[in-house]
Design a protein around this ligand. Structure first.
Ligand SMILES: [Zn+2]
Length: 305
């Protein structure tokens, strides 16, 4: 079975301004990085449905955000998070892309998927946009998967360098979801301490600036991967941020492309043991265009092996 790559030109329409690191160029860099990889099938992202959004974000909240989309110029929602014309369509395609990828996997049309979409989602809380994020795509995807009769447990792995505070907020009382995150601390958004354990379903693996490849791999080997194995998920979702890369301007974990291949390969091995190999990944952060291209290529290469 081929690995599917989900994308849509609408994801280029969200434009937070020329000085913002979360630029449309990011998705172009990722897709450019995937060129020449064998066994990939490109599919367009549909819109997410209102029903799918509602499982995570209340109607009043999301209607309030969509009502602020400008026809020209930029609207400031928080110090990091903006709306341009096209932002809402971009977010709807990003969440919809992951839900569609999950359907393809659960219908055995694909085993693995990577959604090359933006804006990212993991900082978005049920009733708050935050940190470049509008809708929390991975949370919407996990809830969509759990609505499927064959899915009782979903594991979300988040290796973006920032803590996925939004995803944690959605699931901290939901024992059907295991959320495991490695991230730099201290760093934005400031959450993600070891003590934050939800209902026993949250595993935070903070790393310090400069920790590098060895500490990253040791932490996942010793704590993160065994926890996912014990959870016996029916599906694994990845919040794939590439901002722990050595080249990234926003953080200092100093990972290499090979680390992204390694962690993805480990996740795929786990998935083979527990959930018929089923893994759906979605782009989160990553702000150096060269690193985005090479690290996402390493990630997708491991997904498609
Ligand atoms: Zn990030």
């Amino acid at each position: 079975m081929s690995t599917i790559i989900i994308q849509h030109d609408d994801c280029l329409r969200h434009d937070p301004g020329p000085k913002h690191v979360e630029s449309p160029q990011r998705v172009k860099a990722v897709l450019g990085g995937l060129e020449g990889l064998k066994g990939l099938q490109m599919l367009p992202a549909p819109y997410v449905t209102s029903e799918q959004i509602l499982r995570v974000h209340p109607n009043e909240f999301w209607n309030g955000i969509t009502a602020q989309e400008p026809s020209t110029g930029i609207v400031t929602l928080d110090p990091d998070t903006f709306l341009s014309n096209g932002s809402i369509d971009a977010a709807l395609r990003a969440s919809g892309g992951l839900c569609f990828a999950i359907d393809q996997i659960l219908e055995d049309k694909a085993m693995r998927a990577f959604c090359a979409v933006r804006p990212p989602g993991h900082h978005s809380e049920p009733e708050a946009v935050m940190g470049f994020c509008l809708l929390n795509h991975v949370a919407i995807g996990a809830m969509h998967a759990l609505a499927h009769a064959a899915v009782k447990r979903v594991a979300i792995i988040d290796f973006d360098v920032h803590h996925g505070n939004g995803t944690q907020a959605v699931f901290e009382n939901n024992s059907n979801v295991l959320f495991v995150s490695s991230h730099q601390l201290p760093l934005y958004p400031g959450t993600g301490q070891v003590e934050e354990t939800g209902c026993g379903n949250i595993l935070n693996l903070p790393l310090a600036a400069g920790d590098g490849s060895k500490a990253f791999r040791q932490t996942w080997n010793k704590l993160g991967l065994p926890a996912i194995h014990s959870f016996e998920p029916d599906l694994i979702l990845i919040s794939a941020g590439f901002d722990a890369h050595q080249r990234d301007p926003l953080a200092q974990i100093e990972l290499q492309d090979a680390d992204y291949y390694w962690i993805t390969d480990q996740i795929c091995d786990l998935a083979t043991d527990s959930c018929h190999g089923r893994v759906a990944s979605i782009l989160e952060g990553g702000y150096d265009l060269q690193a985005l291209a090479t690290a996402s290529r390493a990630h997708v290469h491991a997904l498609s092996c």
